[in-house]
Design a protein around this ligand. Sequence first.
Ligand code: UDX
Length: 459
Amino acid sequence: MYKTKITCLGAGYVGGPTMAMIAAKCPHIEVTVVDPNKERIEAWNSDRLPIYEPGLDEIVREARGRNLHFKTDVEGAIRSGDIIFVCVGTPTKTYGVGAGRAADLKYIESAARMIARVAEGSKIIVEKSTIPVKTAEAILTILRSNSTHGEFQVLSNPEFLAEGTAIADLQNPDRILIGGERTPAGDAAVAKLVDVYARWVPRERIITSNLWSSELSKLVANAFLAQRISSINSISALCEVTGADVDEVANAIGKDSRIGPKFLKASVGFGGSCFQKDILNLVYLCEHFGLPEVAAYWESVVKMNDWQKHRFTKQIVRTLFNTVSGKRIAILGFAFKKDTNDTRESAAISVVRGLLEENATVVVYDPKVPAEEIRCDVLGIDKEDSRLLVAGSAEEAADGAHALAVLTEWDQFKTLDFAKILDGMHKPAFVFDGRNILPRDAMQKLGFEVFAIGKPAAA
Ligand code: UDX
């Protein structure tokens, strides 16, 4: 019998890997991940996990069947868990008040209502999903006003892991943040969760705070990271027209220890499920609390990102003699960054849509994203529509193309056989490097016309 039982509601990108790590590091704790989605749970129980993360297979294999279980019996797992992590989705609202900005908390709320209905005895509820500040208060209100047999403490324990490095981030986090009510019962709940992480994370990296600080810190961390990218991307445009080189500028400013070198890589634009969503959430909060200037300040980070994606598409059209109609454009990379198959908010979606609007024939190659997903992400594109094709290799995508654009920084794109690719392309063979990863000088020598983000045009 296990002394502590952890239940996780939601078997997605956050719940799955986080629980696998806890189970691997804490063999004395029984961890059950539940999700009403049967296919997803089946996938977690199979050899083909529903998400791709380097190192994930190994830790799941180590703990699954021992003290890590994936099930669809949500109620049973709520009943048996002492600590219940809530890792359900919090998409941006698509309807009503706050549409396009506020987080849709319907999954959080139904999770809270189910816990209230089913749970007996004392439970610690941990919010891991990214949520607007003060959600813990709402969860507590729902729990305490609907439950007759349960006693609850709600903690905020935001997840800072990045996709593609989730396992490394979980293994060796910069910090673990745990917020709780500043009462004796709240402190005891915080201490219990601290003990779980302390099995593998040094104590000095486990920070505790009040609930609201913890909730807000998550949004602010992502807003600051995204802001750095939008800042360097804004400078990339200036570099292109002045002859400065954005990588040299980033290197020079990053050497200032107050600025630091990370998250200064200019790109076609940031994507992913978090940055835009969290900033829009922050913007909504600021507006809600009567702080329009603060809201506008953070919103500009998203606007700059939209502009950067749009600017890249326009650059392609302009360079190809102002028309891409009927031309074949090879797109290398569709995931929002390398080492993941996730395409949520990927810059590629915006660029591909823009090119299709200009009537280009777009041929996408991504080493990890399945063809159906590419088609379904680029909404409005009919299965039969031959203007959007998916290739099985970079060479195939580039064959017969007028231009080639790199949108995800997959390592394999750095070392393609460019001479062969050039042979198969129309001339002039244009290349648009949205990630600054290609060997620009060598490609120019071969005969490509290369445009790269934030780089001066070739003489
Ligand atoms: C982010 C946060 O890093 C993580 O802490 C949080 O928990 C979730 O959101 P993630 O979305 O997985 O993680 O990816 P991240 O590595 O942060 O990259 C986000 C986007 O920014 C990607 O599209 C990436 O290509 C882009 N990026 C990142 C840049 O364009 N330039 C950079 O210098 C860094």
